[in-house]
Design a binder for this molecule. Structure first.
Ligand code: ZN
Length: 315
């Protein structure tokens, strides 16, 4: 058995996971950002103990603990170099958690843990090379090469959301301009939806929120596009175009067997995937050679716990 910790800015989720990536039991506690680091780790340790105690297993059954963290974790040093939404800089997470458990502890970026989860137990099961893309507030990404998460020589790779798709484009939180996530995340779809609704009060986007633009979500826009609303369709097509350009860059760089798409926007299902596949097909470099299968990620919110736990299987 393995423990997987999905460390987030709002909650810490912990799961006891078996060899095949199946969650046996899980629990959650507030992260309580702003408190001293050692207090948060103490809560994490208690949550791990509680999850094990509530299951039919014992601590002796656990082979390792894996942690999926936002920001930039450095597994070699056992530290989190920085995590903006936790306000952490160079925190010795492995050393601190080791005060409570005499077990191997692995840390990995949460995009990569989501990718590992899909590779072991989800949409990318059975292939060696896969990439999982999460379309949410930003764009998360997990690169799995030969069954292992890849984040480069300095742990700063696997940030596909920051591929630049528009030179001197929209300002990104990373300091650059024109990053993929400024154009192809849920946030981008909402931003463009608000703009379009404001300019087109006759559109279904505007009408479905009764003019209250703050209520516009990615779903508002996609639902209107599904209904054939011209304004929504126009911006959906543009969204898909940007999404496809990033996917093509990924195919050109990595040529994975599968690209799994997750996150809130992926709930649009085949409506999004079919449009995306069509656009990728139009613009792909090699026309006569097979390329990555594009499919929906399968594990949803559990991917964080499962992927973190599966880090233990790689030891
Ligand atoms: Zn960026």
């Amino acid at each position: 058995m393995y423990i997987g910790v999905d460390l987030g800015g709002t909650n810490i989720a912990v799961g006891l996971v078996d060899e095949d990536g199946k969650i046996v039991h899980k629990g959650e506690a507030p992260t309580g950002v702003g408190r001293p680091f050692d207090e948060i780790i103490k809560d994490m340790a208690h949550l791990i103990k509680r999850v094990i105690a509530e299951s039919n297993y014992k601590l002796e059954d656990v082979k390792a603990i894996g942690i999926g963290s936002p920001g930039l974790p450095d597994d070699e040093k056992g530290i989190i170099v920085f995590a903006n939404n936790l306000d952490w800089h160079n925190v010795p997470i492995r050393a601190e958690l080791s005060k409570y458990f005499d077990l191997p502890i692995r840390i990995e970026n949460d995009g990569n843990t989501a990718g590992l989860a899909e590779a072991v137990a989800g949409a990318c099961k059975g292939v060696d090379n896969s990439i999982t893309i999460t379309l949410g507030t930003g764009i998360g990404s997990g690169i799995i090469i030969n069954g292992k998460p890849y984040s480069g020589s300095h742990s700063i790779g696997a940030e596909l959301g920051h591929i630049i798709v528009e030179v001197d484009g929209i300002q990104c939180t990373c300091g650059n301009k024109g990053c993929w996530e400024r154009y192809a995340s849920a946030t981008a779809l909402i931003r463009e939806g608000k703009k379009a609704a404001q300019d087109n009060p006759d559109s279904m986007i505007y009408k479905s929120v009764e003019g209250n633009l703050d209520k516009i979500t990615a779903k508002t826009v996609i639902d209107a596009a599904k209904e054939g609303d011209a304004t929504a369709l126009e911006l959906f097509d543009k969204y898909v175009y940007y999404l496809a350009m990033g996917i093509i860059t990924i195919i050109n760089s990595f040529d994975p067997s599968i690209i799994a798409i997750g996150g809130g926007v992926a709930k649009a299902g085949d409506f999004l995937l079919d449009a995306l596949k069509k656009k990728v097909d139009e613009h792909i470099f090699y026309k006569d050679v097979p390329y990555a299968k594009i499919t929906r990620a399968e594990l949803g919110n559990d991917a964080g716990i499962i992927g973190a736990a599966m880090l233990g299987r790689l030891i």
